[in-house]
Design a protein around this ligand. Sequence first.
Ligand code: KIV
Ligand code: ZN
Length: 385
Amino acid sequence: MRKIYIFDTTLRDGEQSPGVNLNTQEKVEIALQLEKLGIDRIEAGFPAASPGDLAGVNAVAKAVKNSSIIGLSRSREQDIDAAKEALKDAQDPCLHLFLATSPIHRQYKLRMDKKQVLETAEAAIKYAKKYFSKIEFSPEDAGRTELDFLCEVTEMAIRAGATVVNIPDTVGYMTPSEFGNIFKTLKENVPGIEKIQLSAHCHDDLGMATANALAAVMNGADQIEGTINGIGERAGNTSLEEVALALETRKEFYGATTGLVLNEIYRTSRLVSKLTGMIVPGNKAIVGANAFAHESGIHQDGMLKEKSTYEIISPETIGLKDSKLVLGKHSGRHAFREKLVDLGYDLSEEQVNAAFAKFKDIADKKKNVTDEDIRAMIEEKLIKT
Ligand code: KIV
Ligand code: ZN
């Protein structure tokens, strides 16, 4: 089974979510939980962005022992110097350099031609090599970069000393087949590609981030970048919990797995949500409140007979106690009877039938019928048997 390295950027791209601002203590708290989760590489921030971010990256670098700590840097010497200062105490530091390569970014943002882009990136990698043995280079907006130029950029980055080349779909524009094809093309055409790791960094503007990351895995990516709960710039980044569980659940299909401690996923998700203030939607895959909740009678009946009828992942896998059978208007008698037993009632068949009819009346008026509603219904003798 191939190991896929997991690069977490919750503290950098995730913190770029509008409205999110983590102080040093919060960054360290999240980073220590990411370390417990078994994250291989933690991007702790962008040291040149502010003195506070430099201090945050430095504090994470001091606190975390078992994950590589990464700082982001534009392809310029002042940024690299700031990252060097921030990462000086890391056990296993890595610099993440980037420069945009797509025609749109070259023309409007950088005002550079291809040659200038190649020269600027090469000079930055070579400068950084004096201080860092591990360097990841990202051709920003790789998804919209001409494939032959992307091959040229990758070859230059390898020659200059990058140890990882990361392919960002910066604006979430790719389809899985297009994104997968980039990895296949780089693997087949770039001299020296076997010396480095290839990484995928996807954004979710069209809801494709996880699918694109998995397409990259299927085409040879060694590393996936993303965030917890999928937070990040605009519509966010690849959700790492989705990638980890997709690989775990369909191991044979992907032939790859991560080294994550999966039963730390739920705890990590809650912590990130609490400290960033970003609420996890109820229907969010893996960590949403409804991800292991079943409401309809048909599904609840199946679940009570055999859980694998409607659950492909067990809640214990991600560190939850159990799945939930939620009582609502679609629920059936089987789940209702189980609930009565759970609540300690021993009713005759006739009483259960009467209670079930009353329950359906309440459920028509209320989204979820709680344990308290059921207790009240029985104990206030609303049921005449
Ligand atoms: O999305 C992006 O292109 C980035 C780079 C800095 C890697 O976050
Ligand atoms: Zn990004």
